[in-house]
Design a protein around this ligand. Structure first.
Ligand code: AMP
Ligand code: MG
Length: 325
């Protein structure tokens, strides 16, 4: 079965094509904010501008015709409403013109399923860390439960905001990682873990304040050490709680080598397995929507067209995970 998947929840518009377990194409085009954070309407305008070209490029890369597509999948939520609407409309018109079935899938769960497929993880605690999300998720009683999440600013966003204040280019995350390697002094910063939930806003504000008296490289080092220790603690607690012995790291922040190392060390100490999703499939992309589309379609068939409206705050644990039975 060949499934074409569409991603449009936030800054990335992506089209991925999967033939069963194999990625045939995975093309993305990212909206870069003109200044400050992401403007939902501008992002949606970006998506409608590039969608045609991204589709053509994906078909060419996969070396298939439109008529070869057996199924259309799209990100139904959670995300920014104007962006979600653009993706849903594009998916619907494509499915109608091809006379192909359509399925709407959950963005967070798509990250997990493509990660499992590509790493071989079977039943992990997933740490999903991106610009817009920070969640600790594991399968329990038939649903992906969110064991812990950020209470305010997600990790990637916090790193990007700090970067802006420190005069670094957007996105700040990779620049902070690079600078942190040259830092060595640990500066005490607020460490806030409540159960398995985390807060990064106070930490970020305090790090910005420290820039007045401390070296940027030391602040970057301390910011990473504090943030990633918090994440590692939350993941470890979730593993004990849910009785899991695998960790899957995904989302754009998964690229960070220091975060990978801290989680890996924790896993070694617990005799658990650690997996990082390959970079090209860890950020937002269409291939993951296509793969979850295939899983969902195989388990429960297509969606009715009138059920293809987006769901802005679609919670991970609202989804019945039929394909894992
Ligand atoms: P996503 O929202 O999944 O597309 O991921 C984008 C986010 O990942 C941005 O906030 C980036 O700053 C962050 N990011 C990318 N690479 C790194 C890195 N090496 N270290 C930390 N954060 C990163
Ligand atoms: Mg994402």
């Amino acid at each position: 079965m060949i499934c074409l998947g569409i991603e449009s929840t936030a800054h990335t518009f992506g089209v991925g094509i999967m033939e069963n377990e194999e990625v045939l194409a995975n093309i993305t085009d990212m909206y870069i904010p003109s200044g400050g954070g992401i403007h939902p309407r501008e992002a949606a305008e970006h998506h409608s501008r590039v969608c045609g070209n991204v589709l053509e490029e994906a078909l060419e890369e996969a070396d298939i015709e439109r008529s070869d597509i057996d199924l259309v999948a799209f990100s139904k939520g959670p995300g920014l409403p104007p962006c979600l609407r653009t993706g849903a409309v594009f998916a619907r018109s494509l499915a109608l013109s091809l006379n192909a079935p359509i399925v709407g899938v959950n963005h967070c769960i798509a990250h997990i399923e493509i990660g499992k497929l590509k790493t071989g993880a079977v039943d992990p605690v997933t740490l999903y860390v991106s610009g817009g999300n920070t969640q600790v998720i594991a399968l329990s009683a038939g649903k992906y439960r969110v064991f812990g999440e950020v209470l305010d600013t997600p990790v990637g966003n916090a790193l990007d905001k700090f970067g802006r204040e420190a005069g670094l280019e957007h996105p700040g995350g990779p620049k902070v990682e690079k600078l942190a390697k040259e830092g060595s002094k640990y500066i005490e910063l607020p460490y806030t873990v409540k159960g398995m939930d985390m807060s990064f806003s106070g930490l970020m504000t305090e790090a910005v304040r420290k820039l007045k008296d401390e070296r940027l490289v030391d602040v970057c080092h301390s910011l990473q050490e504090t943030m990633f220790a918090m994440l590692t603690e939350a993941v470890e607690r979730a593993m004990a709680h849910a009785d899991k012995d695998e960790v899957l790291l995904t989302g754009g922040v998964a690229a960070n080598k220091r975060l990978q190392k801290m989680l890996e060390t924790m896993c070694e100490e617990r005799d658990a397995d650690f997996y990082t999703v390959p970079h090209e499939l860890a950020g937002d992309n269409g291939a993951m929507m296509a793969w979850l589309g295939i899983l969902k379609y195989r388990a429960s068939g297509e969606d009715k067209l009138e059920e293809t409206n987006f769901i802005q705050n679609w919670r991970t644990d609202d989804v019945e995970v039929e394909w894992n039975k």
